[in-house]
Design a binder for this molecule. Structure first.
Ligand code: RP5
Length: 162
């Protein structure tokens, strides 16, 4: 595995199955990443320590996934000036609306780029992280262009019989 440039943090091991499509996508792109379970509420000190130490290790972007009263992405953003992408994890009780609102409604000055609830949002979190890295990595940019064009040709090949 290449040196980690993306850190994926999730609030609980129960979030791993939700985040898996982002992990799979980053593996396909062969871009180094690391995965950490750390919670804004259950392990606040360890979370802050991890985020503050991450740039020295080469981390350039954070993806943070949490559900419910989802403070994780916002707290990560409060400890770094690097870009933070928030994944609102779908919940049983409120279908993830709780996670979405608590991830997206950040106060001015502490930005979190929040993706949609569900698998599309999870995949987009990885693609967005790759687009950020692509600003200074032509190899990733070329692979993203191929990915974008492959989606386009899939759509254009569809023939609807009516
Ligand atoms: C959040 O609470 C986690 O991110 C998870 O989505 C949710 C439930 O966590 P567990 O009770 O399954 O550990 O902090």
């Amino acid at each position: 595995m290449n040196k980690a440039r993306i850190a994926i943090i999730m609030g609980s091991l129960s979030d791993l199955k939700v985040v898996q499509p982002a992990i799979d996508l980053l593996k396909d792109f062969k871009v180094g990443f690391e995965v950490k379970i750390l919670s804004a509420h259950r392990t606040p000190k360890e979370l802050a320590q991890y985020v503050e130490a991450a740039p020295k290790k080469g981390i350039k972007v954070f993806i943070a996934a949490a559900g419910g009263a989802a403070a994780l992405a916002g707290v990560v953003a409060s400890h770094t000036a690097l870009p933070v992408i928030g994944i609102p994890v779908e919940t049983k009780s409120l279908k993830g609306l709780d996670s979405l609102l608590s991830t997206v409604q950040m106060p001015a000055g502490i930005p979190v780029a929040t993706v949609a609830i569900g698998e599309g949002g999870v995949r987009n979190s990885a693609l967005l992280a790759l687009r950020i890295l692509a600003l200074s990595d032509k190899g990733i940019l070329a692979r993203l262009e191929r990915y974008r064009k492959s989606q386009k040709s899939k759509i254009l090949k569809i023939k609807v019989k009516i």
